[in-house]
Design a protein around this ligand. Structure first.
Ligand SMILES: [Zn+2]
Length: 426
């Protein structure tokens, strides 16, 4: 299996290199802004197909202007403006395809036009292509026009990996290089682990159907007072002063630390789940909708369920595991996992699920995790047959008989069902 993967390392830069990297990022930003302004102008003044342009044409145009208007652009690699214009082109393509999809009611997502990048506000980053080398066992990376830069760790790229590009970026006062590589991976062994269902929670991060809760980490909220202190101090500094610059850096470093902690947790948790389970069943959480609740949004944001799902989905095939996302309308919290009694009156405040029929009393999230596991155990044949051919669930009028199951997505098809099917407290 040939796959594309990213490897990111921190650079150990001196002051001279730091200045040069900042200049490269500045030229990348300039090229983006120049390209965007040129496109906007073209759109207003031209007619017909001359209203539009592409990355290649813009690059040629910029190269002509470089000699007379922007000679300082020759100080950096020619890839930098070229890649920035390519990014801009992609941003436009995404905008137009989103427009097209919205017209046909295929999506409810909204994508705006690309925006201008402001120095100090936008992320400092640029991409390089061409001769990029790493040296086995040596903390170095060789980049076009930048030469050999020191890394803070030895690169762990497989020797067979082919480097496609390098993206250099800054977070607070640290610089990183991310290498995009194509690498050959042997197909994974079938995973013999058990099946697990996950109820993504609010009071805890998630509850597994094996009964284990994953506690809520609260990375940002734990340090809410520090965040408040730092941002207050920052707003009180005089605009444009050295102190303002320093407080901005303190704040940026604070956020970088939180992000690192959160990513560490998300990566470790998702790798553990993917490695040890043949099948992972999750709910398709409507994160965007949850974020609209003004009072709760910061708590949901700190949990980053969306990122977690993304990591889990891409990692599972590496370990021979499958991720199944079940329909978001499945009432996992409101059903009794014992007798399937539906409690319409359950509110967010009820932390324990009480079943009026047989007197089951179970932690709310645990009950939901059992339900998600059951959803699969009961309907697994349906899930798989729908994944292979959706025609089976259509009735004579072409309407879906069981719309709920149709929405279940199977991340990797062609897998046989696991031997162990989860049984609950029955
Ligand atoms: Zn019951």
């Amino acid at each position: 299996m040939l796959r594309t993967r990213g490897y990111r390392y921190e650079l150990r830069v001196n002051n001279k290199e730091r200045t040069f990297l900042t200049k490269c990022a500045g030229i990348s930003r300039f090229a983006w802004n120049w390209g965007l302004a040129a496109r906007k102008q073209r759109y207003q003044t031209q007619t017909g197909s001359a209203k539009y342009t592409d990355a290649m044409k813009q690059h040629k145009e910029l190269n002509r202007l470089k000699q007379t208007n922007f000679p300082w652009m020759y100080e950096v690699s020619k890839c930098i403006p070229q890649e920035a214009l390519r990014d801009l082109d992609r941003a436009y393509q995404n905008f137009f395809s989103n427009l097209h999809q919205k017209k046909r009611k295929q999506t409810t997502r909204y994508l705006g036009l690309p925006k201008f990048k402001k120095k100090g506000k936008s992320k400092d980053s640029f991409r390089l292509t061409g001769v990029i080398r790493i040296f086995p066992g040596v903390r170095r990376v060789q980049l076009p026009r930048l030469g050999k830069l020191r890394l803070k760790e030895k690169p762990n790229l497989p020797t067979s990996a082919r480097i496609l590009s390098a993206t250099v970026s800054r977070t607070a006062d640290r610089w990183y290089v991310a290498l995009t590589v194509k690498e050959e991976q042997p197909d994974p062994e079938p995973n013999n682990g058990p099946l697990v269902a996950l109820d993504k929670g609010f009071s805890v991060f998630a509850v597994l159907s094996s009964g284990i809760p994953i506690p809520k980490p609260k990375f940002l909220l734990r340090q809410a007072r520090k965040q408040r202190r730092l941002s207050k101090a920052h707003t009180r500094k005089q605009e444009g002063s050295n102190n303002k610059r320093k407080s901005a850096l303190r704040l940026a470093r604070f956020y970088r630390r939180i992000t690192n902690q959160r990513h560490n947790f998300l990566h470790q948790t998702s790798t553990y789940l993917a490695k040890n389970h043949s099948m992972i069943i999750t709910e398709d959480l409507h994160v965007k909708g949850l974020m609209q609740n003004k009072k709760l949004s910061k708590y949901w944001a700190d949990l980053s369920h969306g990122t977690f799902q993304r990591l889990l989905t891409y990692k599972a095939p590496f370990y021979g595991s499958t991720v199944i996302e079940i329909d978001r309308w499945f009432p996992s919290s409101k059903l009794c996992s014992n007798c399937l009694y539906y409690r319409r009156d359950l509110t967010l405040a009820d932390r324990v699920f009480h079943c009026p029929l047989y007197g089951l009393a179970l932690d709310r999230d645990q009950n939901a995790a059992f339900n998600i596991a059951n959803y699969y155990a009961i309907y697994q044949d349906l899930l798989f047959s729908v994944a292979e051919s959706s025609a089976e669930t259509l009735n004579a009028c072409g309407e879906a008989v069981r719309p709920a199951f149709q929405q279940a997505r199977v991340a990797e098809s062609g897998r046989t069902a696991p031997k162990t099917v989860w049984t609950n407290c029955l």
